[in-house]
Write a protein that binds this ligand. Sequence first.
Ligand code: NAD
Length: 453
Amino acid sequence: MPDMDISIIGTGYVGLVSGVCLAEKGHRVICVDMDPVKIEQINRGIPPIYERGLETLLRKNIGKNLRAQADLTEAVCATQLSIIAVGTPFDGDNIDLSYIKAAAAEIGTVLRNKNGYHVIVVKSTVVPGTTDEVVRAVVEEASGKRAGSAFGLGMNPEFLREGDAVEDFMNPDRIVMGGIDERSIDCLAELYRPFTDVDKIRTSCKTAEMIKYTANSLLATMISFSNEIGNLCTALGDIDVVEVMRGVHLDKRLSPILSDGQRITPVFTTYLEAGCGFGGSCFPKDVKALIAHGRHVGQPMSLLDAAIRVNRSQPDQILNILRENFASLKGLRVAILGLAFKPNTDDMRESPAIPVIQGLQAEGADIRAFDPVARHEAQKLFGDAQISYHDTLASVVDDVDAVVLLTRWEEFSRVPEMIAGKKIQPLVVDGRRMLEKNTVQRYAGIGYREKAA
Ligand code: NAD
């Protein structure tokens, strides 16, 4: 039975999911955060974020081998391994390491008076070199001790996808364990001993950091590639990017055919589909941070630069479709379907819904919105003044000129039946290409435009 004592510094998406799942796997976990509201909620068994399956596991473990607190000193003293899972925002020019440095300094200060070997693991996404150079120096300075003897240092990137975070953490496709030495990596191996049947990579901190950025950059590039092809389909007219991509996916190298003749369609291909762009707390930030890091070391990242540029312009495609179909957007009654950057989460960070709504607001549209879980996040961002929020899909699509679908929530596949009987048919703008074109009377989508006869 594994029984490590671990502290997690930063109890956001990654910290909370990691803490709950590691407790479920049998470790004793203390989650630390500076936000007292989060702590209080977590200790009452209420997750501050929406994530499928999280509440059940939190309720099961809280008060037993899981607790949350603000006191970092006690948490570090009581445990043998501390995971840093604080935010690493991008400040427009650089990855902002201030939270990482602050957490590392606080842990280091505690280590000054703590006896025995302690391991610090960076789980936050940080540019290559951060753990070895920045974190190491900060902890050594604050603790007055040397990495590699008094304390170990590791880098363990997190690959969970918001919306599937618990499932991804409990059943990872790989575990990357970077460390400054074998002893640090051995501690990470012990932490992940309960995770069997999964590939585990032992490597340096720098390589671990690079793996995370490379994985996200690849997926973001695939999305922007598909969107650029989609935009060309729109410009050319009478070519549907969905059909084009279906044809591309059938390449055996993308969708292999097994010896029994059955074809496998990997999830990978879902990143080769056109839409209104990627968002969230990771892809935009991580790709921009890697570009900036490349620039600092004299290595331009022109492909990734382009991936970001394409993505930035993608919400405009939605606004352009509306402008082409209506004489003016002023007073146009628009139903926004989906506010979160993707389904099964309430996260609106860098959601394409934000620039689309801002564009509609600037042109005076009458905006109604519905998202199964992200309403409160949208209200924090936009307030209640210029958007009327609806509680159901049926009510938001009632009596509107246009229905704009921005998040691939399963429920939105019911739009055609919801609007079928309406006297005046709204234009359905499919930003995720999730509906069949012929299921609604007036359809427009990213990557498809009928050329006027
Ligand atoms: P988040 O903003 O949701 O959470 C960070 C938390 O850290 C906040 O609750 C904040 O109060 C707390 N915090 C900051 N400084 C602290 C300190 N000194 N002591 C205690 N608490 C402190 O961030 P997140 O989305 O969980 O991301 C964390 C890291 O993981 C980032 O580097 C991110 O890039 C990476 N990551 C995120 C995801 C994701 O899907 N969100 C996936 C993989 C990796």
